[in-house]
Write a protein that binds this ligand. Sequence first.
Ligand code: HSE
Length: 323
Amino acid sequence: MPDRDALPHTVRVFAPASVSNLGCGFDIFGMALEGIGDEVVVRAVEGTGIVSVTVSGDAGRVPTDPARNAAALAVDGVLNRLESAAGVAIQVRKGIPMASGLGGSAASAVAGAVAADALLGGNLDRTALLECAMIGERKGSGANHADNAAPSLIGGFVLVLPGTPPQMVQLPTPDDLVVAVAHPHMEVETRQARMILGHTIPLMAGVQQWGNAAGMVAGLFRGDWELIARCLCDAVAEPVRGKLVPGFERVRASAVEAGAIGAGLSGSGPSVFALCRGRDPAERVVTAMAEAFRDEAGVESDTVISAARAAGARILDLRIGTR
Ligand code: HSE
């Protein structure tokens, strides 16, 4: 058992937003983003289990019921795994817009899991932390996928193999690979965007998709821009989901016209990501995407530009003292 007096009483953790799917990798590829994410603060308090949950930055929309809050569910997962009866108060600070396709629930869940583990001196390994985070993520999307939680936890471009336990493989990326993201001011619920996909795909769509996913991994290992660009398309989800995002086709085309090597829906949308070779093209690409959303759908967008090697979750503050 860890020495309780040596444990922190408060831990604050940041976990980044992420772009998932990346075209051909439905539910298996994800990439962390720089400069946008959620924070979770956990405090040791009197009582047992999750004693309170507060949320800021969400205009009152994220549930504070521990049974419905992604961070709280992840913290609960850590408590259960460590068989801890500690009391924990949770503060969630949302930096990622709701239903944006940028992995907001996953980031809150990852930050919650990492913070609770540090608070309790658990030293859980990253697979265990991912599994705890997935408990929180599942509540939001209604499905068991880790393609946002995995990059949010370990950073970079990640292949996550489904299974029990899931396995994370961080993939190499060319030095100058940059992702540009436009987040239009509209919302798409992941749960709904998954429902419309159904449960089967045509065989040839499967062949195209797994060919492209394999090609993407090979392209990243070889630093082969042409191969990466060729494989950056989605034969499974985007053809169905594109209609949920007004202006999507034009926004994607505008990204490529402005110099991106390819573009697509970020997760279940409505955000659109584009991969670029360097920051200069990425600047032009986000501007073009934001203009296209304005012209086609009449909505303004926030934009993010990030290196492909963005860091994963990190402890920002850890206070040790008398509990
Ligand atoms: N892979 C998931 C999906 C990500 O596309 O439904 C959700 O953000």
